[in-house]
Design a protein around this ligand. Structure first.
Ligand code: SAH
Length: 343
């Protein structure tokens, strides 16, 4: 009888798993480290692994594939070097990744899920719900493919694309270990940032598991009632509970928490709101990143006007809160993430 075998994405394998694979093929274990090194370089075919014996490459080819995504759409900003890709994995699942240039180096924003089930009322990624989780190798694959496309080093990774990373915690954790592994991509823990909508129990766990990885929390409101309107997750975890989890994260890890705050016209952009926000964040290590809302097709919200954003910033600053306004990169190519996929 014919055996129908589905190939496995080898990008999910760490050096220990690879060691088991090469042993099962009767090969020496050091081959696993070589293969892991090749994969982290972004090779697209086993035949590119030039120091691996042909027989072993053929064995790998029979059972595994290198699960780098295909590029479906690529957009490049004419003004600032930002590149945005709609990627597709072997099963047809599509996600977005964005490559950005900063003064401190190149950065990529990757997705952690295909779609999202968090339901934030201003966000494009969640409009058709969650399709599936991404695996660790698929998160890594976005970085490797983007590096292949751009030909540039990528030294910073933010998990801030489609999906809620803490709703896919185990794969996120494995991804961090994979990309950090010095035998592979070797990205420093401090060069990774994970952004969550505020799944409180996971914040504590993340602080314990990865105390050196940066944490960003999407806050977007100054009180419970407003946050519930914007973000359904706030019904499960209250405002005060979230703030105190972040505060204890900062105390335990010694690292500041970044709060993302998307500014929506007439919803969360008043001076009164800024003062209320400041009252929650005063006296401990935080940083607020104000983001002018990206208008999403099919959503009623609009971006706050610039003068309100500046007033809001000033009010926080006067209260002693560290605050920046996010530079709008790639404004000329579909900005808000999730929009490319929806189209
Ligand atoms: N689920 C995670 C990470 C993905 S979203 C999280 O919620 O943090 C990345 C950031 O973009 C979040 O702060 C999110 O609230 C914000 N965002 C989503 N849609 C936006 C839009 N249309 N305009 C501005 N920011 C948006």
């Amino acid at each position: 009888m014919e055996r129908i075998m589905q190939k496995t994405n080898i990008l999910n394998a760490n050096p220990d798993i690879l060691a088991g694979i090469v042993r099962s093929f009767g090969q020496k274990e050091f081959r696993a480290r070589q293969i892991f090194g090749w994969l982290s370089k972004g090779v697209e075919s086993f035949d590119d692994m030039s120091n691996i014996p042909a027989a072993l490459r053929a064995k790998l080819e029979e059972e595994y594939y290198i699960g780098l995504p295909k590029v479906i759409v690529e957009q490049q900003s004419k003004t600032d070097g930002t590149r945005k890709c709609l990627f597709e994995f072997a099963d047809g699942a599509r996600v977005e990744s964005v490559f950005m240039k900063y003064s401190y180096g190149n950065s990529i924003c990757i997705s952690s899920q295909v779609g999202c089930r968090m339901g934030c009322s201003f966000c494009a990624s969640t409009m058709s719900g969650l399709e599936r989780n991404l695996t660790a190798g698929e998160m890594l694959g976005q970085i490797l493919k983007m590096r292949n496309i751009t030909g540039e080093d990528i030294g910073h990774v933010v998990v801030m694309g489609m999906g809620e990373p803490f709703d896919n915690y185990d794969n996120l954790a494995e991804f961090i270990r994979l990309v950090n592994n010095p035998l592979g991509y070797g990205l420093g823990m401090r060069n990774i940032t994970v952004s969550t909508c505020g799944i409180v129990p996971m914040i504590e766990r993340f602080g314990r598991d990865f105390p050196q990885v940066n944490l960003a929390v999407s806050l977007h409101a100054s009180n419970e009632e407003r946050r519930k309107q914007l973000m359904p997750v706030a019904r499960a975890y209250g405002y005060d509970e979230l703030i105190s989890a972040c505060r204890s994260y900062a105390e335990k890890t010694g690292r500041r928490v970044t709060f993302e705050y998307s500014m929506i016209d007439g919803v969360n952009d008043s001076v009164q709101t800024a003062n209320e926000l400041a009252s929650h964040l005063k006296g401990w290590q935080t940083h607020v990143n104000l983001i002018p809302l990206n208008k999403v097709e099919g959503r009623s919200y609009n971006a706050a006007v610039n003068s309100n954003i500046m007033q809001f910033k000033k009010t926080l600053e006067n209260a002693g809160i560290a605050v920046t306004v996010r530079r709008t990169l790639g404004a000329d190519i579909d900005a808000a993430c999730g929009q490319l996929r929806n189209r």
